[in-house]
Write a protein that binds this ligand. Structure first.
Ligand code: HEC
Length: 157
């Protein structure tokens, strides 16, 4: 476009051509695709009790510590509860619980850092009883998959 304008206004163009073309214009920053799953709270809102049950969240987290590190011994909150409804309600309503399972890293992702670190007593959790979090994390992955599919297909009742 600038070339055409210069042709029409021939005299004013000389200095313009000495400059690198469009050097005065900001280079557009590369745009990422943006969060596919969108808003964190919209994702949390979309989590369904039926999916929570099929993913086996309550069963997995209430047993993952075995007898030596049973989570409920020390964590009296509804998180990790074997009672699916109270665990689900805590997950749906409390950011503190939500962030332990799901994080936001440009998009909603499974939080595969906090609990695995705690389970290995990584600082600042030194002294925390060790446990194998795999069965619980698998349940979180399953619930994440169900919910992500719902979000992506617009199936959030
Ligand atoms: C013997 C008591 C005890 C048991 C059993 C226990 N925890 Fe903890 N946990 C603590 C204490 C105390 C803290 C806070 C201090 C720290 O970080 O070590 C904590 C911190 C945490 C944290 C990070 C901070 C927070 O409040 O969320 C997570 C996540 C966690 N525990 C998960 C678990 C899970 C999952 C289990 C079961 C597999 C479990 N804990 C079993 C005592 C316990």
């Amino acid at each position: 476009m600038r070339g055409l304008v210069c042709l029409l206004l021939a005299t004013g163009c000389v200095t313009d051509f000495e400059k690198p073309l469009e050097a005065d214009e900001p280079i557009p920053e590369e745009q990422g695709p943006g969060p596919v799953l969108g808003d964190y709270q919209a994702f949390i809102k979309c989590i369904q009790f039926a999916d929570f049950q099929i993913a086996d969240m309550a069963e997995a987290w209430s047993t993952v510590g075995g007898t030596t590190a049973n989570c409920k011994t020390c964590h009296n909150d509804a998180e990790y509860s074997g009672n699916a409804q109270e665990f689900f309600d805590a997950l749906k309503t409390r950011t503190y619980v939500q962030l332990k399972f799901f994080a936001f890293d440009g998009d909603v992702v499974v939080n595969d850092v906090t609990i695995p670190n705690v389970s290995k007593a990584v600082s600042p959790y030194a002294g925390h009883p060790r446990f194998n979090p795999n069965a619980g994390m698998e349940a979180v992955e399953t619930l994440y998959g169900f919910t992500a599919t719902r979000v992506l297909t617009g199936n959030c009742p």
